[in-house]
Design a protein around this ligand. Structure first.
Ligand code: ACO
Length: 270
């Protein structure tokens, strides 16, 4: 499993071509420090194929180093309808049958890599969610650091209804946000959470009218970019370890990050 606290852009990685992105149902644009990854298969409600996840991982590997904010959004009426159901059949290649544990593990890890990089400390990822966010789509929103949610959003963790667990790295953030009992309730009833409940549960940092989604994402991006990059990276790295650290460990981690920032500030001050 990738160490998401340290991995970043790989110097030897090449950004997937526009053709490869299109084949994966993706569009990727960079405007200075802001990158936008658009799920772009609206006719399939942005359903995700194995190629989509592999290509998303390749985007993360080759993310231009000046990028500080990554916005993940969906084209058309839905954010994302989750896995393309054709992936369960021969048509999409099918999943490994689990008989070879190592091969199955490697296969799933390859899909998870499509989402894991969104936690990198040197970026802040924002999911702009409207319409349906189902299964792998819900987990994609959970993989982002922040969620800006339109009032027509509908979240559903559908996997257990299909006989599988949510395995795209969404269970940890789900439990961290809503707690084990509510996460269990959402997963095992596979019920749909509407936008206002999502906000109450903490699944939405910002809730806006559907036609205000892009503007709200732009406002949040501007606010995030106002903080110095080194400071933002150190803060995210620090906050991400807080839950696992003891108080003493976290206090030490605060001192460690602060020492580096103070050194940098003193070097910058004439
Ligand atoms: N995989 C493949 N095709 C899909 C998917 C999907 N996950 N979701 C939608 N589509 C296709 C539909 O088959 C339909 O195709 P058609 O035009 O050829 O008939 C087209 O996208 C539009 O879908 P509609 O159902 O007509 O769109 P609507 O907006 O009414 O509903 C919704 C959207 C709610 C997302 C619905 O399509 C749906 O429930 N999809 C299945 C969701 C699902 O079960 N995903 C798997 C979750 S588990 C996981 O991700 C691991």
């Amino acid at each position: 499993m990738a160490d998401v606290t340290t991995e970043g852009t790989r110097p030897d990685a090449a950004m997937p071509s526009p053709e490869r992105l299109a084949e994966a149902g993706l569009r990727f644009e960079v405007d200075g420090p802001v990158a936008t990854l658009t799920l772009n298969r609206p006719e399939r409600r942005n359903a995700l194929t194995f190629t989509t996840w592999h290509t998303m991982a390749a985007v993360g590997d080759a993310l231009p180093p000046q990028v500080r904010v990554v916005v993940v959004r969906g084209e058309g009426p839905s954010f994302c309808a989750g896995i393309d159901l054709a992936m369960f059949t021969g048509q999409g290649g099918g999943f490994p049958d689990g008989a070879d544990p190592e091969a199955t593990d490697t296969f799933i890890a390859g899909l998870q890599a499509g989402y894991l990089w969104l936690r990198r400390p040197d970026i802040v990822s924002i999911a702009a969610v409207h319409g349906h966010a189902i299964g792998g789509g819900f987990q994609l929103a959970l993989s982002c650091d922040l969620r800006v949610v339109a009032d027509d959003a509908k979240f559903c963790m559908k996997e257990p209804a299909l006989g599988i667990v949510p395995d795209l790295t969404g269970t940890k953030p789900l439990v961290e946000i809503v707690g084990v009992a509510k996460a269990l309730h959402l997963c095992l009833t596979t019920r749909t959470v509407l936008a206002d409940e999502a906000e109450r549960l903490g699944l939405a940092e910002v809730l806006v009218a559907r036609d205000g989604l892009d503007a709200a994402v732009a406002d949040l991006t501007t606010a995030l970019l106002a903080v110095d990059h080194h400071t933002a990276t150190a803060t995210k790295r620090l906050l991400h370890q807080a839950a696992e650290n003891t108080l003493a460990q976290q206090a030490a981690a605060e001192r460690h990050e602060q020492r580096a920032l103070l050194r940098r500030l003193s070097e910058l001050t004439p």
